[in-house]
Every structure is written in structure tokens, then in C-alpha cells.
Design a protein around this ligand. Sequence first.
Ligand code: NAD
Length: 353
Amino acid sequence: MLRFALVGCGRIGVRHAELLAGGRIAGAELAAVCDVVAAKAERMSRRFSRPHFTDMHEMMRKVLPDVVVVLTESGNHARHVISLAQYKRSIIVEKPMALTLDDADAMIQACDKAGVRMFVVKQNRFNVPVVKLREALEQGRFGRLVLGTVRVRWCRTQAYYDQDAWRGTWALDGGVLSNQASHHVDLLEWMMGDVDSVFAKGVTALVDIEAEDTAVVMLSFRSGALGLIEATTATRPKDLEGSISVLGEFGAVEIGGFAVNEMKVWNFTQSNAEDADVMQQYSVNPPNVYGFGHQAYYEHVVDCIVHGKQQLVDGLEGRKSLELISAIYESIETGREVSLRFKPSRCRLGAHT
Ligand SMILES: NC(=O)c1ccc[n+]([C@@H]2O[C@H](COP(=O)([O-])OP(=O)(O)OC[C@H]3O[C@@H](n4cnc5c(N)ncnc54)[C@H](O)[C@@H]3O)[C@@H](O)[C@H]2O)c1
């Protein structure tokens, strides 16, 4: 049984605790929780009947967990992961792994030096229809890729941003691209391959935050394919969709729903015996926009640790989508097309002013 300890008892902390304490992940259990805000740690401790701490170092020394899970504000992930590496336990860090490429590099280096495995949460990669799409890509069923599109049309009001001071700030969060749509940006790159260049526009349309709540991005992939990202939290009055479509020479697939969870289109020039059932069998309705993926994600982590397998998203893989997001911000700031690789100069994500 692997014992997990949580650092951060906020919104997503509850989701992690529900899975780990509820016996839903075979081979995993919740050992302890920690939050610098004592009331939050105590609340979680009462709800899940686990010991609580306000100092993560004390928790690490007293509990000796096998895995520590970093669920703090995005801009704080780097310093927390780096200081936790000394305990030589596996580390899970929520998305985005960091807000600057320098931070991401420092995290990778600290974990490598300490011999620690880092797992970056990208739970949407485990959504049932997404796994199916990836399988079709790996089988070469699309032929040459033509166009990949992701769309995030969610609703986050001023009240959402106002609930915590870090939300929507450049230093600790960024906007829709680095927070809500970071999953979809990751999925697009995972499906379509490396990106050559991006051109983007962003605006803060309906809320009062530092970063953008709405953005559009044109992408050119190394393969010659093109891509589009449409991301907004300014959809009103409620969430509309989180989707991806991949079009290729021999097929088109679209996955929609609120959280990339519903197979909408599965068309191939050459169909196979399984195709008839794909639309019914590979759609699931998650209870919320986080989707079901965290459960599958934890099962993957346990499998990797117990059987010594390579994790799907390690530090280097997590850094890739951060590099893409930083390039998109650089394009928004400069008004120019940005080629990858690049050195950020105007991108404000992660900048402390
Ligand atoms: N994978 C997903 O779908 C998903 C969904 C929501 C949030 N997230 C990510 O999870 C992270 C947290 O988001 P949230 O909405 O839960 O934020 P939150 O503000 O609700 O929770 C963060 C918590 O971390 C605590 N904290 C900060 N420093 C700490 C420290 N040194 N030790 C212990 N606790 C500390 C804060 O007090 C706070 O309670 C963000 O990076 C966010 O992007 C991921």
C-alpha cells in the first residue's frame, strides 16, 4: 500500500483526498494532509479522519509518506517541489507544473539530483475517448495530419476569481491559457506533435483580473499541420464545452462534452470492426469539469511506482506544454508570430512585479 500525503487543502485538494481516502485507488491510501491555513487543514482532517499539519516539512518527517502531492497555487509549485525533493519521495504536482521555464528546469534538476520521480497531473490524457483517439493516432489511422483544434468555453465569474487572491494574477496563476485550458493545450500538442510557431491574441473580456480570460491561437506544427486554440472563461451563463478535434488525410475525430469526455465524431475512410461501437462505448459523463481523469491518473501513478514503469507525464513532458503556453503569451505580448524554441522576453506569466 502506497501512502500519499497532500500539501494544499484547497479546491482540488478535496478531490485528491476523496479518491485517496475513499479506497477508490487500489494500492493507495491517504496518510496525512497539510495546509498553511490551519482551518483548511483541520477541515480536511475532520472530513477524512487523517492527521493534519500546517508545516509540510514536519509532515514529511513525521509521516514518511511514499508520495507527496503538491496542490498549492501554480506559481508556488516550483519552490514547494524543490524543497520537498530532499525527502527522496515521489512527487506529484498539479498542473501547470510551474509558470516559468526557469522554474520548470529547476524542478527537473532538483528531482533528478535527489533521485526523485516527478509526476505532473494531466488527467485529461486518461479520459476514455482521449485514450481511444491517441490509439488511433498511434495506429496511423489518420494518415497525414491536417488540422487540430481545441476549444474551451467555460464560465468563471468575478466571484470565482475573487475567492482567492492568487487567481488570475501573473505571478501565481496566469489566465485561461495557463490555468483552465492548459489541459487542452497539452492534449493538442500530444496528439498533433511538436509545434513550430504560434500567433495569438488575448483579452480580458468580462472580469477584472491581471491576465486574459479569452484567447485565440493559430499554430503551425512541425509536421506541416495547422492548429487552432479557442479558450475562454468568459462564456455566460454557464460552461459550454471542452473539446478537441483532429483531422487527417484518412479520418476525423471530435471529442466534446464539458470536459473532453464525449466522443462526437469518429469517421475513418477505412473502418474496422470496432468502429461501430466507438461512439457509444467511449463516451462518459463526468460529474464536473475536472472529469473522471484523476482516478485513472492515480491508478497510473501507482502502476508506475509499483512496477517501475515510465510515467506518461514526467517533468520534461510537463515542461513541453509550459513552453508552448509561454510562447503563446510571448506572441500576445509582442503581437508577433513566435517560433519555438525561443527565450521569453515579454511573457508575463510567472513574473513578480
Ligand atoms: N487538474 C485539474 O483539473 C485542476 C483543477 C483545479 C486546480 N488545479 C491546480 O491545483 C492547484 C491548486 O488549485 P486550487 O483551486 O485547489 O487552489 P486553492 O487556493 O483552493 O488551494 C491551494 C491551497 O494550498 C495551500 N498552500 C499554499 N502554500 C502552502 C504550503 N506551503 N503548505 C501547505 N499548503 C499550502 C493554500 O493555503 C490553499 O489552501 C493549482 O495549481 C491549480 O492549477 C488543477
